[in-house]
Design a protein around this ligand. Structure first.
Ligand code: 13P
Length: 276
């Protein structure tokens, strides 16, 4: 079944599609690979080597980030020394340290070379039960720790069918960023990842994605009136070498967060090259 487009917002932001076009002042395209719970440390090193060797030169206009599993961060970091590819983690605990069995802190992630962190991914929200308040605590800690924090937001298929996309995206964005000062948005990235498009092969059409990105930009304008145009809004959900170009051509799509297609050097390299 085709995923319906939205016509008008029903969130608290008074939004009409088309009003906020060309509000992005983001100059870099961000291409991030989320490797999820895949690859051993040796396999991760191999993949990062292959990506690095395939990218002789990354222009200043493109930021390439790889996010291996926790267990592989240290090994991949060693290989990325001297490279302009950045390292990101997929999760962290909001506390600096303490009795939190199985968790990892922002300081630990920084110690193994992470400069990026993905927070509030839909798999953590919907499979592992993370709620907006926990995600907010993680965002506060990440930004206070000078990590670049990628806040993931996005609706389920049912929510889209019920025309709740803007409400959900607005709630997740507002609550995820509660208490975040305008100054801290220098290290903030929003990833719009519609849950129905993740790992399903059902990509949002470019206009469906742009429509929500536009809405998020308008929401950010209300929340952070001075810096809203500079906050990158990236898209995730079945991004491939085939659809990436048209997604990146949209004015408010400032990059992509790639799952499956980031696990093979060839496809990830094609995606990066589409941004260069
Ligand atoms: P896929 O690219 O596999 O759909 O995953 C998207 C994603 O969840 C990136 O964080």
């Amino acid at each position: 079944m085709a995923i319906p487009s939205l016509t008008e917002g029903r969130g608290r932001v008074d939004f009409r599609f088309g009003e906020c076009l060309n509000n992005s002042a983001v100059t870099k395209k961000i291409i991030a690979g989320n490797w999820k719970m895949n690859l051993t440390p040796a396999e991760s090193v191999q993949l990062s080597d292959n990506i690095q060797f395939g990218l002789a030169h990354i222009p200043n206009s493109v930021e390439v980030i790889v996010c291996p599993s926790m267990i592989s961060l240290s090994a991949v970091n060693t290989r990325l020394t001297g490279s302009s590819i950045k390292l990101g983690a997929q999760n962290m605990h909001p506390a600096k340290s303490g009795a939190f069995t199985g968790e990892c802190s922002s300081e630990m992630l920084k110690a193994v070379g992470c400069t990026y962190i993905i927070i509030g991914h839909s798999e953590r929200r919907h499979v592992l039960g993370e709620k907006d308040d926990l995600i907010n605590q993680k965002m506060i800690t990440a930004l206070d720790s000078d990590l670049n924090a990628i806040l993931c937001v996005g609706e389920t298929e049912i929510e889209r069918d019920q025309n709740l996309t803007f409400n959900v995206v607005e709630r997740q964005t507002r609550l995820g960023l509660l208490g975040v000062s305008e100054e801290k948005t220098k290290s903030l990235i929003i990833a719009y990842e519609p849950v129905w498009a993740i790992g399903t092969g059902k990509t949002a059409t470019t206009s469906q994605a742009q429509e929500v990105h536009c809405f998020i930009r308008e929401l950010l304008r209300k929340m952070f009136p001075s810096f809203y145009g500079k906050i990158p809004i990236i898209y995730g959900g079945s991004v491939t070498p085939v659809n990436v170009e048209s997604l990146l051509a949209e004015s408010d799509i400032n990059g992509v967060l790639v799952g499956g297609a980031s696990l093979k050097a060839d496809s990830f390299l094609s995606i990066v090259k589409a941004a260069c």
